[in-house]
Design a protein around this ligand. Sequence first.
Ligand code: MN
Length: 412
Amino acid sequence: MERVNAWTTYKKREEKKVMDLGKAYRAFLDLSKTERECARETIRRAEKAGYVDLEKVESLKAGDRVYVNTMGKAVQLYIIGSEPLEQGINIVGAHIDSPRMDLKQNPLFEDTELAYLDTHYYGGIKKYQWVTLPLALHGVVAKKDGTVVDVVIGEDEDDPVVGISDLLIHLSATQMDKKASVVIEGEALDVIVGGKPLKDTEKEPVKAAILSILKEKYGMEEEDFLSAEIEVVPAGRSRDFGLDRSMVIGYGHDDRVCAYAEIEAMFKITDTPKYTCCCILADKEEIGSVGATGMQAHYFENALAEIMEKTGEYSELKLRRALKNSRMLSCDVSAGFDPSYAGMFEKKNAAFLGKGVCFNKYTGARGKSGSNDANAEYMGKLRAIMEEGKVVYQTAERAAAAPSPTSAPSTA
Ligand code: MN
């Protein structure tokens, strides 16, 4: 009887741990709907955990914790190790941008007394999933005087939301015959933002009404859209999913789920590690890791050079050695086996929900095209680390593309 009770207590405690983790993760997810929000939330948490801005420190020694903020959209966290940096560092990386719709530079227009915002979709989206949903606007407006105004509309209980219409079923005969890829065309992703005319104007009275709201609430002129970054994302919070609450449904799992695991892992390191630990949260993965905040830029290599300078060990050769000797887990979501689409998976090499962290030795398609393919020797070391740490893990082949620093060895 006592054994049964002990088991029940243990099980309850373990379940509570999982529930608490789910809750904490959901809070992070809800505060991080865009790369900017995720970067800001990460830095807020990092500062609380004792990390300081790399630009604000003169010198660094083992045990120091620093962060690097790249234009508010990408973040790196470092814990300086006791070994020289040229011996290599341990890196985990994830991306913090997610598929969405971005407002165009001249987005606002009126058609038949409805006001719309025109969008350009970002990353791989199934366009038909984005209609008839409550949508929120998140982003910034940078004004000519240098001020930057934050915009979040649609997340508060009392906030209005916006959305994209679809055709009623009675008029859909032609539409229903179309292929899913064109049933909603990219150019049709216009977000309805208003339908009430401003009385004292004649030309485009609904648009005029929206502009007066933007002016009143955000001090914004129509021209300010030219220097704005406003992202249209599903409105509302993440939720527990399933009657048993075994899953989480929410916008932006890809790839906040890895970002969250990585920053939590960094924060849980309390002593001074042997090798310097690095966590990279990158932007622009969804569109090819391009631009100044994507991994094709050199902010990682530049940060490492700065850190070596501040620990007093910089030289071009030592930096190259540090890059060569480093180890990395390039993290991203993988595809979980779905019984409803069983034919799309090869069961022996698929990932399953609840079976632990998943390693993809390689990705790619059609003859491993676009794959990176980690060394067998490296995979062997990982297996040993997982076993020693009693970490449940699995391996799979199918996965989304992941960020990888151009100079550091990229792996799974
Ligand atoms: Mn991803």
